[in-house]
Design a protein around this ligand. Structure first.
Ligand SMILES: N[C@@H](CCC(=O)N[C@@H](CS)C(=O)NCC(=O)O)C(=O)O
Length: 221
C-alpha cells in the first residue's frame, strides 16, 4: 500500500500509525511505501488523479482503492491491523471515544489551524484577516485546553494503549507548538506530546519526513 503525505502535515498521523503496524509485526504485512510530495505537488494533475481535492493523506491499497481523509485512513489502518490496538473494536464504548476525539481534531482543530495559518483561504480581503486570525487563535486556545483535559491518568486519551486518537493529537499538538500561547503552555498536553514524540514509530516517521520537534515554522508542517 502507498501513503501519500506532505511532511509534518495531517498525513503524519497516518504515517505514524503505519509505523506502529510495522512494529506490531502482523501475520501478513503488505509492502508499505510512503510517498512524500513536494510543496505544490499535491495540487498537480498526477496527485489530483489520486485525490481530486489535492489533500493528504491518501492511502492507496494494493487493489488500487484510494482512501482519503485522516479519520477514514486512520480507522482503516486500525481495523485492518487489530493486533495493534490502535482503536477499540466496534461495540466497545471506547471506540466511540476514539471517534469523538478524532473527529474534533480533524474538523474543529484542523479548520482552526487552517484559518490561522492559511487565512487567505477564508477571508480574501486583508481588512478582515487580522480579525479572522484573532478568532482562530481564541478557538485554538479553547481546543488545546479541551484536549489537555481529555488526557487520562494513563497519560493517553483512551486506555493503556496508544490509539489513532493519541497519534492524531500528537500531530495537532506539534502544530500547536508554534502558536503564541501554544502546546507548551498546557502542561498535561505538553507532557503527552513529549512522550508521544519519543515512541519509536513517531521517531521513524519524523526522520523519514525530515522533521523534528523544533517548533514548526509553518504551523501545519
Ligand atoms: N480533513 C482532512 C484535511 C486534509 C488536509 O487539508 N490536509 C492538508 C495538510 S494538513 C493538505 O493536504 N493541505 C494541502 C493544501 O491544502 O494545499 C484530513 O484530516 O485528512
Amino acid at each position: 500500500m502507498k501513503l501519500y503525505a506532505l511532511p509534518g502535515s495531517a498525513s503524519l498521523a497516518s504515517h505514524i500509525a503505519l509505523e506502529v503496524v510495522r512494529d506490531s509485526v502482523p501475520p501478513e504485512l503488505p509492502p508499505i511505501s510512503i510517498i512524500l510530495l513536494g510543496r505544490e505537488e499535491n495540487m498537480g494533475a498526477a496527485y489530483r488523479a489520486i485525490n481530486p481535492f489535492g489533500t493528504v493523506p491518501a492511502l492507496q491499497l494494493e487493489d488500487g482503492t484510494v482512501i482519503t481523509e485522516s479519520l477514514a485512513v486512520l480507522l482503516w489502518i486500525a481495523d485492518r491491523f487489530p493486533g495493534t490496538g490502535l482503536a477499540a473494536r466496534p461495540g466497545n464504548i471506547e471506540r466511540d471515544r476514539v471517534h469523538t476525539l478524532l473527529s474534533s481534531m480533524v474538523t474543529s482543530a484542523h479548520n482552526a489551524f487552517q484559518m490561522y495559518r492559511r487565512t487567505e483561504r477564508y477571508v480574501d480581503e486583508p481588512r478582515g484577516q487580522e480579525a479572522a486570525k484573532r478568532l482562530a487563535l481564541n478557538r485554538l486556545a479553547e481546543l488545546l485546553a479541551y484536549f489537555a483535559g481529555q488526557v487520562r491518568e494513563s497519560g493517553l486519551l483512551v486506555g493503556e494503549q496508544v490509539t489513532v486518537a493519541d497519534i492524531m493529537l500528537f500531530v495537532v499538538a506539534r502544530w500547536g507548538m508554534s502558536l503564541p500561547h501554544g502546546t507548551q503552555n498546557y502542561p498535561k498536553l505538553w507532557d503527552f506530546t513529549q512522550r508521544m514524540a519519543i515512541l519509536p514509530a513517531t521517531v521513524r516517521a519524523m526522520e523519514t519526513e525530515g522533521i523534528s520537534m523544533d517548533v514548526p515554522a509553518d504551523g501545519l508542517g
